[in-house]
Design a protein around this ligand. Structure first.
Ligand SMILES: Cc1ncc(COP(=O)(O)O)c(C=O)c1O
Length: 396
């Protein structure tokens, strides 16, 4: 989502260039390149989990798959028997493999029943239309839905709850009510169920903090998956972080040898690019960065006054602009005319909710933020209102 301007990072380029003169590849079963060790160490410190162990893979989907495998392995070694179930919410996206599509609750991307491996989302997300916290007065009791889902299957069958701590593109940047993630963690801990945070989209400052879960105390997961913000478009990568309390179980003699390392897992060029991304993130002027995010959020929150926009939510550099159903593509077209490309989202409900994800680069300047606000505002204003394509929002 942005006007095209060739302004790549010199820090990343320099790192890649220096590494490409050394080694560009190392078979993961045989070597652990030094540059990769430097990356995992720095990454863990950057997200405030300095004692974690890390598996590096090549994309978010694979990161989720590996996290699922690790969680099952951990619980099996810990309990001496299998716990296989992975529970997700009905507004979630965790990747495009057969397993992750079957597990998640993305309405538009769910496989046909016969192809769904018998899996599916297990609990309602704490968002509309199931839960509506618009008034902001939620006591997070909606987290009890997670308890119900675990208890309904028997906790002894459940390896982990897999959750996006801030919702991404299935629903559009919904933020959970305060206390929700903490309560989910408590519910899981009481039942020896692991918590996996899918921060493929939200990790590494997208929501204004290193991890989205940092917005709330007591919300730390057992495993966390990072991806998009780590490669920042320079390389294809994901990292699965495992807490120091659990990682030793994966080295236990009873642990299964897992395919946590594919052929490309020890790719030194990938590690060099990620180190350059961390260089960029660490050189951000944190105050100015936060102020730009707040300015963006404040300007977007004024859009509903213009008619076609139903709601705006999000935080940091991640917002969902929900429009009246039927108006997503007319708005995308208008935005393109004003020089900005956005990522569309769909959610739940009837008609299904829809809108734009507004997630500018974290290195955006003040001018960039001004541009994106103006482009979107002009695009919304250019839509005639009431619009002929607008669907009725009354549920049948
Ligand atoms: C929350 C979340 N998890 C997993 C994925 C899958 O990542 P990838 O597309 O890199 O496989 C995505 C991608 O959009 C995502 O947003």
């Amino acid at each position: 989502m942005f006007r095209l301007r060739s302004r790549g990072s010199a820090k990343v380029r320099t790192r890649i260039k220096a590494q490409s003169a050394r080694f560009s590849f190392g078979g993961a079963a045989v070597v652990r390149p030094r540059v990769q060790l430097e990356l995992t160490d720095r990454l863990c410190r950057a997200v405030g989990r300095p004692r974690d162990s890390v598996a590096l893979v090549t994309c978010g989907t694979l990161g989720v798959e590996v996290a699922v495998g690790l969680a099952r392995n951990i619980t099996r070694v810990r309990d001496g028997k299998r716990r296989g179930d992975i529970l997700t919410s009905n507004l979630s996206y965790h990747g495009n493999s057969a397993l992750t599509l079957a597990l998640a609750g993305n309405h538009a991307r769910r496989p046909r029943e016969a192809d769904g491996l018998g899996l599916g989302p297990a609990f309602p997300a704490p968002y509309a239309p199931t839960h509506d916290h618009d008034g902001g007065a939620c006591d997070a009791s909606c987290a009890e839905e997670v308890a119900k889902a675990i208890d309904g299957r028997g906790a002894e069958n459940v390896a982990a709850v897999l959750i996006e701590p801030v919702n991404g593109t299935t629903g559009g940047a919904y933020v959970p009510p305060p206390g929700y993630l903490k309560r989910v963690s408590e519910i899981c801990r009481d039942r020896d169920v692991l918590v996996i945070h899918d921060e493929v989209l939200t990790g590494l400052w997208r929501t204004g903090t290193p991890l989205a879960s940092h917005h709330w105390a007591g919300a730390e997961p057992d495993l966390v998956i990072l991806s998009k913000g780590l490669g920042a478009g320079y390389t294809s990568v994901a990292a699965v972080l495992v807490s120091p309390e659990l990682a030793p179980l994966l080295r236990h003699k009873d642990a299964d040898p897992l395919p946590a390392m594919g052929t490309m897992a020890a790719n030194p060029l990938q590690a060099a690019a990620c180190l350059g991304v961390l260089d960029e993130l660490e050189s951000l002027d944190v105050e100015a960065f936060a102020a730009r995010g707040e300015r963006l959020g404040a300007a977007l929150r004024e859009l509903p006054d213009l008619g076609p926009v139903k709601a705006v939510r999000g935080l940091g550099y991640l917002y969902g602009v929900e429009v009246t159903p039927g108006l997503l593509w007319p708005l995308m077209e208008q935005a393109e005319r004003h020089g900005a490309l956005f990522y569309p989202f769909t959610g739940a409900g009837r008609p299904q909710s829809e809108g734009l994800v507004v997630a500018p680069p974290l290195t955006s300047t003040d001018d960039d933020i001004t541009f994106v606000i103006a482009a979107l505002r002009d695009a919304v204003t250019a839509l005639s209102w009431p619009h002929p394509a607008a669907a009725s929002t009354t549920a049948p």
